[in-house]
Design a binder for this molecule. Sequence first.
Ligand SMILES: [Zn+2]
Length: 107
Amino acid sequence: MASGNGIGSPCGACKFLRRKCAADCIFAPYFGSEQGPARFAAIHKVFGASNVSKLLLHVPVPDRCEAVVTIAYEAQARIRDPVYGCVSHIFALQQQWYRNLLDRFFL
Ligand SMILES: [Zn+2]
């Protein structure tokens, strides 16, 4: 993903937070300057920038991109469904899977 701080403009997260983007900004590789702010807004609203920053520090660098995608997905799901988040989608998929299994078994 594009980093915003390499060309002088802040990354999407720092742009959203209206702060200076440091050369070692943990968000820069995952939040580009263009679409990053909107993507980061949901993450900040649900989890808080500081918490996500701390969480990413505990994730090995090769896994961070996947972690950011997952955090962004969960943040969007939490905004849509504050009670269940992505769990409601998982339940729906489980029910679909059981229905398909029963259809195959009885037909
Ligand atoms: Zn930044």
